[in-house]
Design a protein around this ligand. Structure first.
Ligand SMILES: [Fe+2]
Length: 201
């Protein structure tokens, strides 16, 4: 007896199932699960800002990765502000404070851009650890110059991820996101240079 073909399963959340629009290119994938579900409904009008729904979903996913890495780098820098030791304590303690303060402010800007695109922003250790590329803070505080080396790598990583994603936002016509990511690259490149300079003899 011939089997009757199964009807395709209806996905509960079409945004989660939707592939990124061709115009938006591929979202850099990490960790598998999508982390920026679409918000809205509850009598609010449908979002209509001139960016396709699928493009907004793809951009929100990319921004979530930048958010997870920025937050992880923030926490690492604050940890090093607390735990740095050695003859350069004063200058590094102060430098790390300026850096973690800047990173903390950036997390808010990135998360709120995700919300403006009609998606929920991830904001938990569970979600961040799934999608972040920047490694978690070492359990044993490293020596001062090793902290600097870790932070150089962290800033370079966030810069690479943000830069990789700028064309995705540009192709979707999302200039505010492209501009914001460009500004983030400027900060990360400059901070990496300043930290790298400390390691040069
Ligand atoms: Fe402090």
């Amino acid at each position: 007896m011939a089997k009757t073909p199964k009807s395709p399963k209806k996905d509960k959340n079409p945004i989660v199932a939707a592939a990124p629009a061709a115009s938006a290119g591929a979202v850099p994938a990490k960790g598998g699960d999508r982390v920026a579900p679409e918000s809205g409904g509850r009598n609010a009008p449908i979002i209509n800002i001139g960016i396709d729904r699928q493009d907004r979903a793809a951009i929100a996913e990319g921004l979530s990765r930048v958010l997870a890495d920025t937050y992880t780098l923030y926490l690492t820098t604050h940890n090093f502000h607390w735990n740095v030791t050695g003859p350069h304590f004063n200058s590094l303690h102060a430098m790390f404070m300026a850096q973690y303060t800047e990173l903390w402010g950036a997390t808010d800007v990135i998360a709120e851009r995700i919300r403006a695109l009609g998606h929920y922003a991830p904001g938990s250790y569970a979600e961040f650890s799934k999608i972040a590329t920047v490694p978690d803070v070492p359990l044993q505080p490293p020596r001062a110059m090793e902290m600097v080396r870790i932070l150089v790598k962290g800033h370079e990583t966030v810069s690479r991820i943000a830069r990789e994603f700028i064309p995705v936002a540009e192709e979707a016509g999302d200039d505010p996101t492209a501009d914001m990511l460009t500004a983030r690259c400027t900060v990360h490149d400059q901070t990496a240079w300043m930290l790298r300079s400390l390691l040069e003899e």
